[in-house]
Design a protein around this ligand. Structure first.
Ligand SMILES: Nc1ncnc2c1ncn2[C@@H]1O[C@H](COP(=O)(O)OP(=O)(O)OP(=O)(O)O)[C@@H](O)[C@H]1O
Ligand SMILES: [Mg+2]
Length: 245
């Protein structure tokens, strides 16, 4: 039986989040090379990193849409497509047949329309989704690749969901700020975030809340260091380095 694997390639790995539009080609290549290709159905999503966050922050997105927002909105969307183009390009070089599904078209109606993911996967493509801005009910919203995985998991009940980020997994505190932060090798899905973390840690808090939602629909969720993607080969083994939820 085919297994379904959903992967999120973190913007923190494939871009330098401090430098506008700085793509890390080698990191992206390394990841694509270890992605399972033969025996699994695969959906890939990627974050926006510095192709999205920097201008979004400058513009105050997400918030109510104002007329003067169109230009920054256009820039973010163009930048996200450029990043997607580079990711898909590497996938092609590595033998995948990626088919990018625009986030704008997924969120046209009240509930996300994921039918294209199903359609192209069944035809043998590797569907690729991405974080982007969307405009709905007069609000500029940000749909992250994490959000996409929540919707995709609820719809397709994957066997495995993989988050690749720029740290070894989920820690009990932000490892970039606290050198004594401990890597949590496994987290019980019923545990509340406040019990796991000493601190409210922006990016990871909302990611963790989304992971708990995903966990309800997925066989297993893992968070792995995208700079050491070969660790994906150790999932299920005793010496696996990462967080299993
Ligand atoms: N408890 C924690 N455990 C692990 N990482 C944490 C924690 N708290 C905060 N972080 C930070 O979260 C960051 C990862 O989240 P971030 O949103 O930056 O990455 P990403 O989701 O891969 O990128 P993008 O949103 O662009 O796709 C890490 O770099 C780390 O510093
Ligand atoms: Mg993020």
């Amino acid at each position: 039986m085919l297994t379904l694997i959903l992967v999120k390639i973190g913007g923190s790995v494939i871009t330098d989040k401090n430098l506008y539009r700085r793509f890390r080609e080698d990191s992206c290549k390394k990841i694509i090379r270890v992605l399972p290709s033969l025996n699994d159905d695969l959906i890939v999503t990627h974050g926006a990193g510095s192709f999205g966050h920097i201008i979004a922050k400058r513009s105050g997105f997400p918030r109510k849409f104002k007329k003067e927002d169109v230009h920054d909105y256009s820039i973010i969307h163009r930048d996200v497509l450029d990043l997607n183009d580079m990711v898909a390009g590497i996938m092609l070089e590595e033998g995948f047949s990626p088919l990018s599904i625009p986030t704008q078209s997924i969120y046209r109606n009240r509930s996300p329309d994921l039918s294209d993911f199903q359609k192209y996967m069944s035809l043998g493509f590797t569907p690729v989704g991405m974080g982007d801005v969307i405009l709905r009910s007069g609000i500029v919203k940000i749909i992250s690749a994490d959000d996409l995985l929540v919707a995709l998991s609820a719809a397709f009940k994957p066997n495995l969901v993989i988050f690749l980020t720029d740290v070894d997994g989920i820690y009990d505190n932000d490892p970039k700020t606290f050198s004594d932060a401990k890597l949590l090798k496994s987290i019980d899905r019923n545990i509340a975030f406040s019990h796991v973390m000493n601190d409210v840690t922006g990016g990871m808090k909302s990611k963790y809340e989304k992971i708990l939602k995903i966990r309800k629909h997925a066989g297993e969720v893992v968070v792995v260091n995208g700079n050491k993607p070969e660790r994906l080969n150790d999932i299920g083994k005793k010496d696996f380095i990462g967080t299993v939820i």
